[in-house]
Design a binder for this molecule. Sequence first.
Ligand code: HEM
Length: 484
Amino acid sequence: MFVWAFLVIVSFWFVHHHWTRRKLYTLAAKIPGPRAYPLIGSAYLFFSFKDIAQNASKIMEKYGSILKIWMFNALVVVVAKPKHVQIILTKCLEKETRYKFAKDAFGNSLLTAPVATWRSHRKTINPAFSQQILDSFVDIFVKHSQILVRKLEEEVDDQKTFDVHEHLSRCSLDIICETAMGTTVDAQTKPSKLLHATRRGAQILVERCVRLWLHPNITFRLSQRGRELKEVLDYVQGYTGNLVRKRYEEFHSRIDDNFRDTSRKPFLEHLLSLGDQMTFLELRNEVDLFITAGSDTVTTTTGYVLVCLGMYQHIQQEIIQEIDEIFGISTRPITRDDLPKLKYMERVIKETMRLYPPVPLIARSVTEDIDLGELILPAGCSVVVGIIGMHRDPETWTDPLKFDPDRFTSEEAAKRHPYSYIPFSGGPRNCIGIKFSMMAVKVLLATILRSYKIHTDIKPQDIKLSVEIVSKMIGGANISISKR
Ligand code: HEM
């Protein structure tokens, strides 16, 4: 009797579920994709964590630039053509459901907030990333880059390779903490619990996204990973919370014109001076997001560029020539006026981010049917933009695996679709830190290259990127350095 009742309820649910989603199924049937089995869909292709990237690229090669994957009963559509991506990134502003896992760490911050909240926060926060404010941070970039150069002394030996990512991540954390909160964490000179905590937090988040049993809050909180994340977040949020609270209270107890001037102040104080729009918790969430989003991406980008310079010595030579033309034999520090002159370096950074995008995939939720011309994306599905696939698409990039910074001269760039190159995403919900990153990476590279020559044994065909929120080179960004 009990079994019959159970079967009737399940059948009823099944029919009801399919009936309410009939439009989604009809539209999905028109999108090509790998075979889907009852209940699991095509999720079997992603059961092995280490094969995810390989399987995803095989599927993309086979099914082309729009394809569907049924992950159990969730429809995921992958798109990789600039004209489709432009429509998606301008019309679908709601983040994909898995971003909600990041709310434990960042609450309703820019990255994770629903559209209505995001819109007002983005409007409030945008002025804090003005050119004038960013210019005031150059001294901070320089100070920490010079410490990095001193730390790298220990590694000088062209017979010895080391993972430069390790040094860069400490330096980027110092930069981002000082620019975001006005405090130095000295991660380059002291052991840093904050560094390990932010790193571990990001790893657990990725694991949660791909391990289905960690999706429900209840199983996650009881799991070892859930407990570990709590411990990590208690530390990070305790640390940043104390600093944010101190500044928040200071600001509210003495609002005076000092807080309103635009001389060098961390983001946090600029956010406070924008008015009473943000609560303490909102401020802490945004600061936590800047620290994670800003430090990992700047680290990865700079590390990728250094490996590329090691692989392509003639390109390194050209950058060094550009640097020497600006500084000559002077040892003066880099200033903000030097940065726009590093034009060839900028092209090298862009070409590196094309082949090795720090954020290889992004995802959005489709909340209403979206007409892509050839196909309609049904409301209720998720859409993944495969940035790495787009950046290597032979239809856009001739000889796509060739490292060629001249693809980014203004004449060449003008010939391409504006959404063919999107390392910082695109549309209204793009990265808020574009200019910050370019300035920080330029200062880091120029400071390093004024002192050292870069070498590597890595070959382009050996480079594989890990599947993480921010990609890394599997095996490490291994270089060796010698004094110039
Ligand atoms: C090379 C460096 C960087 C790259 C490649 C990068 C890339 C991206 C991408 C692809 C997104 C979109 C994410 C998505 O839609 O899921 C994003 C968003 C974001 N990034 Fe960056 N980022 C970089 C540096 C930074 C820095 C330095 C900061 C802060 C100081 C920052 C803060 C943010 C924030 C707050 C968002 C969310 C924006 C919004 O939704 O309004 N990023 N970034």
